[in-house]
Write a protein that binds this ligand. Structure first.
Ligand code: GLP
Length: 243
């Protein structure tokens, strides 16, 4: 397996940012999928800084969000779209057509999921997908138990994240909150994947992902089967890894 372990968090953030910048430089019309959360915040900011310094060509790149929170306003600061704008898209001064997102609200999510995938396909398919890792092994909003053949869909979010979003948006318990996400089948169709994980709180699930059985109990274990997946870790997340 292709495992990269960085000495510290800063080196990890820079290495991950370099993967994104390198992809854009080597193929300017790349289609690049991004994940949001604590792991990817700093790397996105670094990509923006590198762009300010180097002015590489971003005129043909397409970014997209792997997933989105369902049931909140799209302007909510915790929505993936708002986070990606704040962390990266605005710094690159990209056109609206250069960021594809699944919607936070829709009358027909099944239709929107199909058309999202169609737009990715029309742009040539996914060149690079940066994936965060949930502490229960989830990828996107694909929680444990999700079939490996699952395509883009609306599902539940993990309880901790749901709790936080309810608190921040004052959403009452009787209003359903969920997540819309590319499925595991779609993820496996990406040409290149970089799974990113940092921090000691990810060490146990990183070990399970890399060394456990490939099983729907740990969605991220499917990545053991991907022919071009790099596992990019900081030292703290890699404490249990034999590399
Ligand atoms: C969230 C998101 C994922 C993200 C993951 C890790 O639930 N749906 O896209 O990659 O969990 O988040 P963090 O980096 O904050 O640990």
């Amino acid at each position: 397996m292709n495992i990269t372990i960085c000495d510290d968090e800063r080196r990890f953030d820079i290495t991950a940012a370099n993967r994104i910048v390198g992809q854009i430089m080597s193929k300017p019309d790349s289609v690049i999928g991004l994940s949001t959360g604590r792991t990817t915040h700093a790397m996105h900011k670094i990509v923006g800084k590198l762009y300010a310094e180097m002015q590489f060509d971003v005129s043909a790149v397409t970014f997209f969000g792997l997933d989105e929170v369902v049931g909140v306003e799209p302007t909510y600061a915790g929505a993936c779209c708002a986070m990606l704008h704040d962390e990266l898209i605005d710094a690159l001064a990209l056109d609206d057509r250069q960021l594809l997102m699944l919607p936070t609200k829709s009358a027909d999510f099944a239709h929107d999921c199909r058309s999202f995938k169609e737009r990715l396909r029309q742009r040539g398919g996914i060149d690079l997908l940066i994936l965060g890792l949930g502490e229960n092994g989830h990828l996107g909003f694909n929680q444990p138990g999700t079939p490996f053949g699952q395509e883009a869909w609306v599902t539940c979010m993990d309880p901790q994240l749901e709790c936080r979003i309810r608190r921040e948006t004052a959403t009452p318990d009787d209003v359903w909150l969920g997540g819309v996400t590319l499925g595991l089948k779609d993820i496996m169709h990406a040409r290149h994947i970089v799974l990113v994980a940092k921090g000691a709180h990810k060490a146990a699930i990183v070990y399970r992902m890399l060394n456990g059985d490939v099983s729907i109990d740990c969605p991220a274990s499917i990545l053991q089967l991907h022919p071009h997946c790099e596992f990019l870790l900081d030292k703290d997340a890699a404490t249990l890894v034999d590399a």
